[in-house]
Design a protein around this ligand. Structure first.
Ligand code: FES
Length: 165
């Protein structure tokens, strides 16, 4: 295996190991760090996380593919997560999603250099539905008319998901 965590990521993981009786509870943090360092969680990254935490590849793969914040393939600089869960759906979430598709020339699940477009479950901003999140930046009470402005803002001020880790 050729991949290795950086010294910084290794130090962070070692601090986290001290909080638990085994390395297993560190898996989400390790996956975030791995995605930040390597851009995605392709097979060799999954193997690295497994060997680092003494977990099977199947276990790590199961966690990495359960949560939508982890990606198996590299995407655009910004990952737009457009919520279409109940509150957002009732207040126009699908119209917002279609507007992003039109503006970006992407279908849900597709990427270009600047953006990946994801249809997301609840992102905990229901009071301001429809909501969209990109990295740590939330966009609230979004309307289709706001989509152009959001895209232009993110092109000028990228919010990569790596800022979450
Ligand atoms: S349903 Fe969209 S943020 Fe909760």
């Amino acid at each position: 295996m050729s991949l290795k965590f950086s010294d910084e990521a290794t130090s962070k993981l070692e601090v986290l190991y001290g909080r638990y009786p085994s390395k297993q509870p560190v898996i989400l943090a390790a996956l975030h760090l791995a995605q930040k360092e390597f851009g995605d969680l392709r097979d060799e990254v999954i193997e690295l996380v497994g060997s680092t935490l003494d977990l099977s590849v199947a276990h790590v793969y199961g966690v990495a593919t359960f949560y939508t914040m982890f990606r198996r393939q590299s995407g655009g600089t910004n990952t737009l997560r457009v919520c279409t869960n109940v509150a957002c759906m009732l207040r126009g979430g699908y119209e917002v999603l279609r507007s992003f598709e039109s503006k970006l020339g992407l279908k849900v699940g597709e990427s270009n250099a600047d953006f990946s477009l994801v249809e997301e479950e609840c992102i905990a901003a229901c009071a301001n539905a429809p909501a969209v999140v990109c990295g740590t930046k939330y966009f609230l009470d979004v309307t289709p008319e706001m989509v152009s402005e959001i895209v232009d803002y993110l092109k000028a001020n990228p919010h990569p998901e790596s800022e979450v880790a």
